[in-house]
Design a protein around this ligand. Structure first.
Ligand code: F0G
Length: 463
C-alpha cells in the first residue's frame, strides 16, 4: 500500500516559499507601444517599471534567500583582510579548489583582467562559444576570439544532450597550426550564447587533455556551473547518482582557472571572481585588479556582497533547487513548442531560446527578426526578452556587417523570482504574438556605438 509513497509527483514545485514581495505594475498595450518607441525599439533602454515580466537576463536579477540576507548582516567592511573575504574564498574553494581566488565586481572585470594579462595583438583564444563580453574583452586587446562549438550546437533544431561541447578536431587542428599564438583555451559552461546548452564531462576531459598536451592552460567561464553539473547528472551515463558538488569538483580539476560572474549560479545581485593556480599570472592579475577594481580581498565588492555569495554557493548546489530550476525552464520551452514557436532543443538551463529566423522567415537576418519578436513580446504582454542574433553579433571589429549564426530571442529566467503562473502568462502572450507574426516588421539600425552595439543601438521599424 505504501510502496509508492515516495514516487515523484508530476508537479515539480518551487522548493521555497515567498518571504518578501515586490509589486508588478500593470500597463496597457498602447502605453507600451509608446514606451518602446521612445526607447528607439531597444529593450535595454526601457525603464524597468514599464516591464511586467522581465526576462532580459538571469544575471543579478534572482531573489536572495533569507540566509543570504542574514549573511549580509555578517559582512565585514574592512578594506584589507576582511573576514568576509576568507568566508567567500573558502566557499569558492569548496567547489573550485584553485590556489588564487580574486574577487571582482562582476564577470567581465575578471575577463578584462585575465585577457589583459594573457591576450594581445596576434593572439587567438578558442572557446566553445565566447559570451559577448568575453569576446569584446579579447578583441579589445587586439586578439581574436574563436568559437569552436560542435556542429549540432549551431543548429537550433538538432537534438543532442550536450550541444555546448567543443569540436575536438577543430581545437586540435587550431593548436597544431597556431599553437604559439594561443595563450589559453576557454570553455563556457553552460554555453550561454549557444542556447544555454551544457558541456559533457567527457568533452571537458578531452578538451583538458588536448589543451594540456599542447602546454596550454584551460580556463572555465563558469557562470552556470551548477546547471551544467545537473545536466551531466541527468544526461551523461554513469553520473546519475552523484552529488552535484562532486561533479563540480571534477570539472574544476580539469581546468587551471576560471572567470566567473557571481550574478548567475552563485545567486548574487552583483559580484564575480577570477581564480587560477599559476602564481605568476595571478600576481599580474592582482596588480591589474588593484589598478581599477580594488584591493585583492574585496575587488570592488562590499564585504556583505562576499558573504551573500558564499551563502548562495551553498544553496545553488541543492538537488531540489536544480531539479526545479531545469524543469521550470523546460516547462516554458515545451509550451512554446506546442504553440508552434520553434525553440532551441533541448531547452537550456537558464533560458528558453526562440528561433526567430525559423519563426519569421519574411524578415531577413540583417533586418533583425529577433529584435522584431522581442519588441512584439513587449508590446503585447510587457515581457522583456533579449535578441541574441545579428543585432548582437552582426557587426565586426573591422566595421563590416554579416548575419550571426543564429537569430534567437532569449527568455532568461531569473532564479527564484517568478512563479509558474507568471510563466503561464508568458506562454499566453506568446500565443497572441503567434497569431500576428506574419505582420511583424523588420528593423534597421539608425545609430550605434562601435562595440557591444545591442545595449544602446537605436532601431526603427521598416515600413
Ligand atoms: N560569461 C557568460 C557566459 C555570461 O553569461 C556573462 C553574462 C558573462 C560572462 C559576463 O558576466 O555580466 O557579470 O559581467 N551574462 C549576462 C547575460 C549579462 O544576460 O547572459 P557579467
Amino acid at each position: 500500500m505504501t510502496a509508492n509513497a515516495d514516487a515523484p509527483f508530476r508537479t515539480v514545485i518551487e522548493p521555497f516559499r515567498i518571504h518578501s514581495v515586490e509589486p508588478l505594475r500593470m500597463t496597457t498595450a498602447d502605453y507600451r507601444r509608446g514606451k518602446v518607441q521612445e526607447a528607439a525599439y531597444n529593450l535595454f533602454q526601457l525603464h524597468a517599471d514599464d516591464v511586467l515580466i522581465d526576462l532580459l537576463t538571469d544575471s543579478g536579477t534572482g531573489a536572495m534567500s533569507r540566509d543570504q540576507w542574514a549573511a549580509i548582516q555578517h559582512g565585514d567592511e574592512s578594506y584589507a583582510g576582511s573576514p568576509s573575504y576568507f568566508i567567500f574564498r573558502d566557499a569558492v574553494r569548496e567547489l573550485f579548489p584553485y590556489e588564487h581566488v580574486i574577487p571582482t565586481h562582476q564577470g567581465r572585470a575578471a575577463e578584462r583582467i585575465l585577457f589583459q594579462a594573457l591576450a594581445g595583438p596576434g593572439k587567438v583564444i578558442p572557446s566553445n562559444t565566447h559570451f559577448d563580453t568575453t569576446r569584446a574583452n579579447i578583441e579589445f586587446t587586439g586578439a581574436e576570439a574563436l568559437d569552436l562549438v560542435i556542429a549540432e550546437g549551431r543548429d537550433p533544431a538538432a537534438l543532442h544532450p550536450f550541444k555546448g561541447n567543443m569540436d575536438l578536431d577543430a581545437l586540435e587542428t587550431l593548436l597544431r597550426e597556431r599553437g604559439s599564438d594561443i595563450p589559453c583555451v576557454m570553455m563556457t559552461i553552460t554555453n550561454n550564447s549557444g542556447g544555454g546548452q551544457p558541456v559533457s564531462l567527457e568533452n571537458l576531459h578531452a578538451v583538458s587533455e588536448i589543451a594540456h598536451r599542447h602546454g596550454k592552460p584551460l580556463f572555465l567561464d563558469a557562470c552556470r556551473f551548477a546547471e551544467n553539473a545537473w545536466f551531466i547528472r541527468e544526461r551523461e551515463a554513469g553520473h546519475g547518482t552523484r552529488d552535484v558538488p562532486d561533479i563540480i569538483r571534477e570539472v574544476a580539476a580539469l581546468a587551471d582557472g576560471m572567470t566567473m560572474s557571481a550574478k548567475k549560479d552563485p545567486m548574487g545581485n552583483i559580484g564575480g571572481w577570477l581564480a587560477l593556480n599559476d602564481n605568476e599570472i595571478a600576481a599580474k592579475c592582482r596588480n591589474l585588479l588593484i589598478l581599477t577594481e580594488g584591493f585583492p580581498t574585496y575587488g570592488g565588492l562590499a564585504g556583505r556582497d562576499l558573504e551573500a555569495l558564499a551563502q548562495g554557493l551553498k544553496e545553488v548546489v541543492s538537488h531540489d533547487f536544480l531539479r526545479y530550476r531545469i524543469r521550470s525552464t523546460a516547462y516554458v520551452a515545451d509550451a512554446l513548442e506546442a504553440l508552434g514557436m520553434p525553440c532551441i532543443k533541448p531547452a537550456g538551463g537558464h533560458a528558453v531560446y526562440i528561433d526567430a529566423k525559423a519563426l519569421l522567415p519574411h524578415i531577413p537576418p540583417l533586418q533583425f527578426p529577433g529584435q522584431a519578436l522581442a519588441v512584439a513580446l513587449y508590446e503585447h504582454g510587457g515581457i522583456r526578452s533579449c535578441e541574441i542574433g545579428s543585432a548582437m553579433f552582426g557587426k565586426h571589429p573591422d566595421g563590416s556587417e554579416s548575419p550571426a549564426a543564429m537569430e534567437l530571442v532569449r527568455l532568461a529566467i531569473p532564479r527564484r523570482t517568478y512563479t509558474q503562473s507568471h510563466m503561464d502568462y508568458v506562454i499566453e502572450v506568446a500565443e497572441r504574438v503567434m497569431a500576428i507574426k506574419d505582420s511583424l516588421p523588420g528593423y534597421r539600425i539608425v545609430a550605434e556605438p562601435p562595440q557591444l552595439r545591442h545595449f544602446t543601438a537605436e532601431f526603427a521599424p521598416i515600413a
